[in-house]
Design a protein around this ligand. Structure first.
Ligand SMILES: [Zn+2]
Length: 76
């Protein structure tokens, strides 16, 4: 299953920059933790999980490790 990182903006929207990175399945706009994300929010390759200066959503991280063990292995 393909995953993609998608950004959640700060309270002020895009001008506030990225607050948190979530993980979505395919091109969905709803994160694995259930959070709805903006259609125009930045995306990143799933392999960048944990490598961004911004924080990653812990709930999404737990789901990803369960669905894609190989992805977790790349971070060890
Ligand atoms: Zn999340």
């Amino acid at each position: 299953m393909m995953h993609q990182m998608r950004a959640e903006y700060g309270v002020g929207g895009p001008p506030d920059g990225v607050r948190l990175w979530h993980m979505v399945r395919g091109a969905e706009q709803v994160a694995m933790c259930g959070r709805e994300l903006e259609a125009g929010a930045p995306v990143r390759e799933a392999v960048d999980w944990g490598k961004t200066p911004e924080l990653c959503c812990h709930t999404c991280g737990a789901y990803v490790l369960r669905e894609s063990p190989y992805l977790g292995a790349e971070h060890q």
